[in-house]
Design a protein around this ligand. Sequence first.
Ligand SMILES: NC(=O)c1ccc[n+]([C@@H]2O[C@H](COP(=O)([O-])OP(=O)(O)OC[C@H]3O[C@@H](n4cnc5c(N)ncnc54)[C@H](O)[C@@H]3O)[C@@H](O)[C@H]2O)c1
Ligand SMILES: O=C(O)C[C@H](O)C(=O)O
Length: 346
Amino acid sequence: MFTAARLLRHQQLQVLSKAGLASKSGNANTKAVVLGASGGIGQPLSLLMKESPLIGHLSLYDIAHTPGVAADLSHMNTRAKVTGHLGKDQLHEALEGAHVVIIPAGVPRKPGMTRDDLFNTNASIVRDLIDACATACPEALIGIIANPVNSTVPIAAEVLKAHGVYDPKRLFGVTTLDVVRANAFIAEKKGIDPQQMNVPVIGGHAGVTIMPLISQATPSVKFDPETLDKLTKRIQDAGTEVVNAKAGAGSATLSMAYAGARFAFSLLRGLNGEKNVIECSFVESDVTEASYFSTPLLLGKNGIEKNLGLGELNEYEQKLLEKGLPELISSIKKGEDFVRQTYKKQ
Ligand SMILES: NC(=O)c1ccc[n+]([C@@H]2O[C@H](COP(=O)([O-])OP(=O)(O)OC[C@H]3O[C@@H](n4cnc5c(N)ncnc54)[C@H](O)[C@@H]3O)[C@@H](O)[C@H]2O)c1
Ligand SMILES: O=C(O)C[C@H](O)C(=O)O
């Protein structure tokens, strides 16, 4: 017989596991860190992570407000111990011993801006946070949310290389929100349960570099050419749709927290030895001419176990690829050049 408390927990787990956000088999020693934990994404992401039985220690770092966020979350009667760390002096302790680090630190867009317009501010934020990761937790799996992802991931890789600790299997640009959106929009159009929908989205994370592979969706769906084109463009411009709707108050935070939590839990499930954990993510890659590219990845105990590649593209998707590659390649170079010009390992 279930007691009321066990029944409640059972129901919570059912809700979370339907959302792909929980597994009953967590490791109590697992440390997960959120850098930028007090922000629009950081707070709801930390909430979802605090709820997860996969995490033993949730370490929250920001340059503002982390004592309050940590105190608040620590009152939840869920497994993870929560610690708050404020300012650069506490960054090393926040990161030490981390298994997974998720980075939503950085400024968001306002209407009229591109993600690349964030480069001047966010490039140095990511560079300096990764510099700290390289010494405090060189083996952690790192997921970068901060935009422009197409440049911040190469920035992170160059800093890790300078420290001699770069492992391409352990560095990820978080593009899960593109998959979540594609699933939501297509399921809505077809009247399918969105939780059952799975659409791979490849490439990068900005405009034309976002390439939904609707021909590879499961369950399989078909659209006339005009609808397909509209849907593809909506997925590519979905970030801007939210930026405009928020009218100056930032970009996607809640759906991003959901997507970021899903991605963090997939990394943790892979680390725990769970089989068949697959996520699309922007990583070092040799499947196209771009040296970083998002494709479905099989995750495991060491991060990427196998890059599952492009699959079969139809003619429309082949054109999306051709159109997106030049911008992607140039954003990657911009990130790499930035580190070469501005960074010297101390
Ligand atoms: N990858 C994606 O799909 C995706 C989706 C949405 C947003 N984003 C990006 O995520 C970033 C964060 O968005 P947000 O809405 O949470 O912004 P926000 O301004 O609400 O929060 C950012 C947080 O970062 C903190 N911060 C700034 N500099 C820092 C530093 N050096 N160290 C630690 N923390 C620092 C701020 O104090 C703040 O709490 C933006 O760059 C945004 O473009 C990416
Ligand atoms: O659009 C943005 O600036 C934020 C994020 O990259 C998104 O896709 O929502």
